[in-house]
Structure formats: structure tokens, C-alpha cells
Design a protein around this ligand. Structure first.
Ligand SMILES: Cc1cc2nc3c(=O)[nH]c(=O)nc-3n(C[C@H](O)[C@H](O)[C@H](O)COP(=O)(O)OP(=O)(O)OC[C@H]3O[C@@H](n4cnc5c(N)ncnc54)[C@H](O)[C@@H]3O)c2cc1C
Length: 504
């Protein structure tokens, strides 16, 4: 049996399936790729908020023209995750320019050591990073700079997407790039010893060298294979979702998070809608009570428009078994907090495609093991990132009390200990970072900022006094004052879409 892969059938035309098809085709010249989906069905509404790396993945790795994308999909630029209310802590951001706020020690400039004064400086809206300032001022990352040659963008941003427009754009791009879109539903999967022999749909039968299961939580191909599903220790398993109309003037360029009694609420603004959600743990509250709490929390949402989603938190330990690789929700999911899903799935597609191309399109056990190892580490890193939010979440209900005991990995424990001993110092033990360099969601200083915002103390700060000298204060004030002025000159979303792009 040859391990050479000449053709791929992707089952599922949600964003994961389409992105996988685009990545496989782009990085493997001559590969025949098609996607099967019941394309008449509505696209799921969730999956709107993305993470920083999405821009690089879409516009660099997949070579999607940014201007064409913006014109068609009309994204809102997301500058941060804004924890407006997280278990009663003062509001704080998880901005996408954390790296500038907590620079690498080797790159420190006049702000040297400024994070010793974290409590004094960072809890004040006078000292906001550019992303935080964009959220406060309701601005887009776009500005006009004759010196830089015209309209420019501050790059540390992600997208809020309208899922219908995004999906339509990806479908059109697939057709442009010679990827077949087959309108069908797979109803039977013929399997022998974990190897898929063929797929049978309502309209035909399909055979390929490699099958990609991108069927979301229904896992139509993957469930026919023997494989362990690793469940995470997270009680959240349900979400309510609804949207209302929004004018461009009202856009908040951040995913906004509030605490609920049995989970948390999101607010994600897109070009024409405000999308709201309530992620909750069903073992603590009935659906009816959760619906009531959700509708009470949100203005302008009618109870009959609320849609329910369910999910399991975990992943398949071997994403790729024999001739079938699962991607997207079919492979795994942690939970919606911090909006890691779409970006992580897109990154997985690029990783799969480059791995295949790097091996001359030969898929043997070694290639599969390598990919599966990366996927597992990726999910574990996302879990680590999410778990820290709950470990410090000091809420007042049974759900919030229980979730604080969430299982932490040895890596996360090590980071917490490191912060206790060294504070924000970013000379992290290389053992923590080296195996995570190729992952998206594991950066020590980002964890520290998050933890500090949720009241984490550090023995280092408790036992030493730091005097904020006038010189440092002046430098810091000057630095952040310039940022505030700078952002004031950015376009807001209406100015950018109407004025610069001429779109309405
Ligand atoms: C409540 C909730 C909120 C979320 N919020 C976010 C967020 O803000 N940001 C984020 O990045 N991620 C979010 N996610 C994750 C998000 O769902 C994924 O990132 C991603 O959008 C899912 O894409 P998918 O293509 O894997 O699955 P899906 O979008 O479910 O697509 C699966 C596709 O497979 C097709 N299909 C299924 N069965 C068959 C069959 N038998 N034959 C043919 N086709 C079939 C379906 O028609 C569908 O088109 C959220 C998830 C949940 C549950």
C-alpha cells in the first residue's frame, strides 16, 4: 500500500474544513483537494472572535489578499479581550500587544523595570498599551501617515468575523484555487482496521488517499476509528447565543467578558451585529434558568432568538490515524474563553500542510506521530492558558468556588511558582518554553499579566520595596502619553469603512 498522497477529500465545509483545503492545496502543488458539505445548510453562528496569529495565517501562510478579504468579509479589528467584570476584579485587558507592554528583558528601553510598579502604573487608564487605548477610544488599527506612505495599520490585532461572510469568502477562494466543492452529506463511512475504504454520500461515493474529518462535533469519520478522547477537567459544556443589530459607531474593538453565576458572558461586535453569548456549566444550572439569566444580562435580546450549543472539552489523542486526520472541532475543543478555536484550527491546517509538503506528500507512521504530537501539545497549551483564568477566578457561587480547584498541569504550576519567586522577570526557565516555541498560546509573561490582574501576588514584590523614581515616572508618562495621542488620530470603524474604503 503506497503512502503517497495525491488526492484529499475534506468532509465538512465549516471554516476548519475550508481552511484545511486551502492550506493543503497552497503548500502541496499538484495535490487534488475537494470538500464535501451540505452547503445549503446554515453556517453556525459561533466562532467569530479570533486570536492575534490569524492575520499571519490568512494573509501570509495562505496568501489571502488582505484588501480583498476586508472588502468581502468586513471584519471588526479586535485589539484585546476586555475582562469588564471577571469575578469582581477591577476591569482589565488581555491586549494583543502584551509583548510591548512586557518587553523581552534584552529589549528593554527607557521603561526599564517599569513592571515593578505594576500596581501603580497598570491599574491606571493613563498607562495603556496601544491596543488597550484603541478599545478605550473605540478606534480601528488604521491611521493615515504621510511619513509612512499613506494609510497604515497597527499590526497587533485579530478579527471579529461574521461567520456567513467569512464562510462565503472561503468557499469562493476554494473555487478560485481549483478546490472542488461537492454538495453532499456523508451518510456511511466504510472502514476496515481503522482505515477508511470509501465514503458514501446521498449523491455518490468518494475515495481518496487522505480523508480530513472537519465535520465539527459530529465527528462523522473520526467516530468510526478507535482512538482515545482526552477529556479536560472543565465543567463548562453549554452556550447560549443571540445577536442584535449594531451601528458601526457603536463597535467595541474587543471581545468583552462579564461574569455570570454559572459561567461567563461574551460580547463580540461585528460590522453589523452585536453577538452575545453565555457559556455555562449545565451541572450547576438548568437550561431554563440559564436562559433567563442570559436574557436579563443582555439588552435588546429576545428570548425566542436565543440558540443553544453544547460541547465537550477535550481532544482526540491521535488526530491522524491511518488515512484520516481530524481537524477543527472534530479534533478537539477546549472552550470559547479567549477565542482560541478558529485560530488554533487554522494553525493546525497550516502545520499539517507544511508537514506533508516537507515530506514530499508521503505520510508514514513517523509523519503521523510528529503531527499528532504537535496537536496534543497544542491542545494542552490552550488548556493551560484557559485554566489559569479559573484558578484565580474568585467568584461567589458554587460553580466559581468549585472551578477554582481546576486541575493545573505541572507546567502551569511551574509558571505560578516562577512568578511568585521572580515576578515579571521573563528569563523563564528554558525548560518551560523550549518545547512550546512552535505553539500559539503559551507565553510566560502573558500568563503573569493575566494572573497579576486577577490578584496573584509575588514574594519578590512583597519582600522588596521599589521606589518609582521621577525619571522613570517621566519616561513612562511620556511613553504612554504619546500612545494616547497617537491612537486619537486612528480611524474608527465607520471612518475606515466609509471614508477610506468607500464601503457602506
Ligand atoms: C459556543 C461556542 C462558541 C465559540 N466561539 C468561538 C470564538 O469566538 N472564536 C473561535 O475561534 N472559536 C469559537 N468556537 C469554536 C468554533 O466553533 C470553531 O473555531 C470553528 O469555527 C468550528 O469550525 P469547524 O469547521 O470545525 O466546525 P463546524 O463549523 O461545525 O463545521 C462543520 C461542518 O461539517 C459539515 N458536516 C457535518 N456532518 C457532515 C456530513 N455527514 N457530511 C458532510 N458535511 C458534514 C457541517 O455541515 C458543517 O458545515 C466556539 C465554539 C462554541 C461551541
Amino acid at each position: 500500500m503506497s503512502d503517497q498522497i495525491d488526492d484529499v477529500v475534506v468532509v465538512g465545509g465549516g471554516d476548519s474544513g475550508l481552511l484545511a483545503a486551502l492550506a493543503l492545496k497552497k503548500m502541496n502543488t499538484g495535490l487534488d483537494v475537494s470538500v464535501i458539505d451540505d452547503f445549503e445548510e446554515d453556517v453556525p453562528q459561533v466562532g467569530k472572535s479570533t486570536f492575534l496569529a490569524i492575520q499571519h495565517i490568512l494573509h501570509e501562510d495562505l496568501g489571502i489578499d488582505e484588501r480583498a478579504f476586508v472588502s468581502a468579509v468586513k471584519p471588526v479589528w479586535k485589539a484585546s479581550v476586555y475582562f469588564r467584570d471577571w469575578c469582581g476584579y477591577p476591569p482589565f485587558h488581555y491586549p494583543f500587544d502584551q509583548n510591548r507592554k512586557f518587553p523581552n528583558p534584552n529589549e528593554r528601553d527607557t521603561n526599564e523595570g517599569y513592571h515593578y510598579y505594576y500596581d501603580e502604573l497598570h491599574n491606571s487608564t493613563d498607562h495603556q498599551s496601544k491596543c488597550e487605548e484603541m478599545v478605550s477610544q473605540g478606534k480601528s488599527p488604521w491611521y493615515f501617515s504621510p511619513r509612512e506612505g499613506g494609510t497604515r495599520k497597527y499590526d497587533n490585532v485579530a478579527y471579529h468575523l461574521n461567520t456567513e461572510r467569512f464562510n462565503t469568502f472561503l468557499r469562493d477562494l476554494c473555487l478560485d484555487r481549483d478546490i472542488g466543492l461537492i454538495d453532499d452529506e456523508v451518510v456511511t463511512v466504510d472502514v476496515a482496521n481503522d482505515r477508511i475504504q470509501r465514503l458514501r454520500g446521498r449523491n455518490g461515493a468518494y475515495e481518496a488517499d487522505l480523508y480530513v474529518d472537519a465535520t465539527g462535533f459530529s465527528r462523522v469519520l473520526k467516530r468510526e476509528q478507535s482512538d482515545e478522547f482526552h477529556e479536560f477537567d472543565l465543567p463548562l459544556d453549554s452556550a447560549l447565543n443571540a445577536r442584535s443589530d449594531l451601528s458601526l459607531d457603536e463597535v467595541v474593538p474587543a471581545t468583552v467578558i462579564d461574569t455570570g453565576d454559572h459561567g461567563w458572558f461574551w460580547q463580540i461586535d461585528t460590522f453589523d451585529n452585536r453577538d452575545r453569548g453565555y457559556v455555562y456549566a449545565s451541572e450547576y444550572v438548568s437550561e431554563a434558568a440559564a436562559r433567563e439569566e442570559f436574557v436579563d444580562h443582555c439588552d435588546g435580546i429576545a428570548a425566542e432568538d436565543v440558540v443553544k450549543y453544547e460541547f465537550t472539552s477535550g481532544y482526540h489523542e491521535r488526530a491522524w490515524v491511518e488515512n484520516c486526520v481530524a481537524i477543527g472541532n472534530a479534533e478537539g475543543f477546549v472552550e470559547p474563553l479567549q477565542s482560541t478555536g478558529l485560530t488554533a484550527n487554522a494553525k493546525a491546517s497550516v502545520t499539517l500542510a507544511t508537514l506533508l509538503s516537507g515530506h514530499g506528500r508521503v505520510a508514514d507512521d513517523a509523519v503521523r506521530e510528529r503531527y499528532n504530537g504537535w496537536v496534543s501539545r497544542s491542545w494542552e497549551a490552550i488548556y493551560d492558558f484557559i485554566s489559569v483564568h479559573y484558578a484565580y477566578a474568585d467568584g461567589g457561587t458554587e460553580f466559581w468556588r468549585d472551578v477554582q480547584d481546576i486541575e493545573l498541569s505541572p507546567r502551569t504550576e511551574m509558571l505560578i511558582e516562577h512568578f511568585d519567586r521572580h515576578g515579571f522577570d521573563t528569563h523563564v526557565d528554558p525548560a518551560i518554553h523550549s518545547e512550546h516555541d512552535d505553539l500559539l498560546f503559551f507565553r510566560a509573561r502573558h500568563f503573569y499579566a493575566l494572573m497579576r490582574n486577577m490578584g496573584a501576588t509575588s514574594e519578590f514584590y512583597e519582600t522588596h520595596d521599589f521606589e518609582l523614581s521621577d525619571a522613570v515616572r517621566r519616561a513612562v508618562d511620556q511613553h504612554y502619553g504619546a500612545i494616547e495621542d497617537d491612537v486619537a488620530d486612528h480611524y474608527d470603524h465607520r471612518e475606515y469603512y466609509h471614508g477610506v474604503l468607500g464601503q457602506h
